[in-house]
Write a protein that binds this ligand. Structure first.
Ligand code: C5P
Length: 312
């Protein structure tokens, strides 16, 4: 009798922007304590997981050449972590992962973390596991600090390393323009640069997360625009001074506010509505300050199965 091989599973997973990112001190484990508010955006990667005799990771699309496909790939770490958790052999999981990228690589939008979150959700379906989203998020935290948020999506408060997630009810949609820089920026370098800036002086720190939560609840992008803040911005701009020009160009193009997304170098611009975002994107694209411009809205849901291909 032929064994029935389950069909491949495809998962769509969002990028994130941090509306608020307060960075505390460097801890002994190499991480910083964070208080952050994430929002998931309609800029998504798609990840397909399939049973295969030739295991491994394949990456296509935006920035694919810069993504490692070996053991350091976060999606592959997700395969190993889940295999171990359910008693499968992590060294021979018989799984192939195909990633189609639209989220910029090393862009401060948690693209690699999103792919890991999608892999967990996809494998849970492929392997027909009875596992809750909360349990997947706990496993996700072992892969990287931004991975648990990719499981939930929406809008959420993150504390500890950013991996302790509390969903925030947000009934309003916000409109964003994203400016991708020409090269990525490694997250650890940006945190190191912030530590260096803080050792040398006293760069300004963002205020309290509560005000941002109130801005979100108001649904008024003008109010929210005044409250956006990111402690990593000074460090990202210090490493990439050209970002100053990008941020200025977005606001000159009509955005309500611009900020570096996470550790950068992607810049995120909050706009009044969808039409304004399209106008800002067009003008920013013409300003020659960045590689590519995208329009997105948030919040959107987290990693979610969008289809299974029935085997022929
Ligand atoms: O967990 P993840 O691998 O995504 O983190 C990448 C790097 O970013 C860490 O190794 C650390 O240098 C920095 N980081 C940090 N504090 C955090 C999250 C990330 O210093 N809360």
């Amino acid at each position: 009798m032929l064994a029935v091989v389950p069909p491949p599973v495809t998962v769509r997973v969002p990028a994130k922007v941090n509306l608020h990112l307060a960075v505390g001190d460097l801890r002994s484990d190499g991480y910083h304590d964070l208080v952050t508010i994430f929002q998931a955006l309609s800029l998504t990667d798609e990840v397909t997981v399939a049973i295969a005799d030739d295991p491994g990771v394949e990456v296509h699309g935006e920035g694919a050449d810069a993504v490692p496909t070996g053991a350091s790939n976060l999606a592959w770490r997700a395969v190993r972590v889940l295999a171990e958790h359910v008693g499968r052999d992590p060294d021979d999981p018989k799984v192939r992962v195909v990633i189609r990228k639209a989220i910029p690589v090393a862009g401060g939008m948690a693209g690699g973390s999103a792919d890991a979150a999608a892999t967990l959700v996809g494998l849970a379906s492929l392997w027909r596991l009875e596992i809750s989203r909360d349990d997947l998020a706990t496993l996700a935290g072992k892969i990287g600090a931004d991975v648990p948020f990719g499981i939930y999506g929406g809008t959420a408060l993150g504390t500890d390393r950013g991996d302790r997630i509390v969903p925030v009810l947000s009934r309003h949609t916000f409109h964003w323009v994203l400016a991708f820089d020409r090269r990525g920026l490694p997250t650890p370098e940006v945190f190191d640069e912030l530590d260096r800036l803080r050792a040398d002086g006293d760069p300004p720190r963002v205020g309290e997360a509560e005000a941002v939560l109130e801005g979100l609840a108001s649904g008024d992008p003008r109010q929210l625009a005044l409250l956006l803040g990111n402690d990593l911005q000074a460090a990202a701009v210090s490493l990439r001074p050209n970002l100053r020009r990008t941020l200025r160009a977005g606001v000159n193009a009509g955005a309500l506010a611009g900020m570096v997304s996470g550790s950068g170098p992607t810049c995120a611009f909050l706009c009044t509505d969808g039409d304004a975002a399209v106008r800002v994107a067009a003008e920013l694209a013409g300003a020659g300050v960045c590689r590519t411009v995208r329009v997105a809205q948030g919040p959107v849901h987290g990693a979610r199965v969008i289809g299974t291909e029935e085997a022929p």
